[in-house]
Each structure stands twice: as C-alpha cells, then as structure tokens.
Design a protein around this ligand. Structure first.
Ligand SMILES: C[C@H](O)[C@H](O)[C@H]1CNC2=NC(N)=NC(=O)C2=N1
Length: 97
C-alpha cells in the first residue's frame, strides 16, 4: 500500500500544483471551463488517465465547473498517487482551456 503523506509533505506537494488545496485527508481543485461540453471533455480525459493509473478522483460536475478531490481511499489519506493524478488533471485542464 502506498505511504500516507504527512501534513508537511502535502503542503510541499501542493506548491507544485495549480490551484490545489487540501491536507492529509484529501486534496482538491475547482476549475471552471468555458462550456459544459469542455467540462465533460476534461472529465472524459481524466477518466482515461484514471483507468490507466487505476486511481480515480471524486468529481463534482456543476454545469461548467468541476471540483476534483484526490485521496487514496484504500490508504485513508493522501499519497503520492494522488499528487500524480492531480498533475495529470492540471495537464488536461491546461490542454482543454
Ligand atoms: C481494485 C482497485 O485497484 C482499487 O479499488 C482502486 C481503484 N481506484 C482508487 N482510487 C482512489 N482514489 N483510491 C483508491 O483506493 C482506489 N482503489
């Protein structure tokens, strides 16, 4: 099982991400896209990456606003797998915007 990150490690990792916040219980980012189809395109691409990584974010969809939350459920907190997934989400958002 992946190692849980400490509060300090989570803070450090958040510094390398775009607009993410959180703590050892989870990290999240809310992002507004230009349209509902653009938001769904992001979700669709995140789904592909999540399947490849076998690591899945919680996603809240409200019209063109998406909220992602990454936590390793099996470990009960934030691990490097969540940080990796968050980086992919940032890349995807950047490519669709
Ligand atoms: C069997 C499979 O590997 C697990 O259920 C995976 C799937 N995706 C997952 N995603 C997240 N975020 N946390 C998990 O613990 C998790 N477990």
């Amino acid at each position: 099982m992946a190692d849980l990150l400490t509060a300090e490690a989570v803070r450090e990792e958040l510094g390398g991400l775009t607009d993410w916040s959180g703590d050892p219980t989870g990290i999240g980012r809310t992002v507004q896209l230009g349209s509902f189809p653009d938001a769904i395109a992001v979700v669709d691409r995140v789904a592909v990456v999540a399947e490849r990584l076998d690591h899945h974010p919680d996603i809240d969809i409200r019209w063109r606003t998406l909220t992602f939350r990454c936590v390793t459920h099996s470990a009960g907190g934030v691990t490097h797998r969540d940080v990796e997934l968050a980086r992919h989400i940032d890349d995807i958002v950047r490519s669709v915007r």
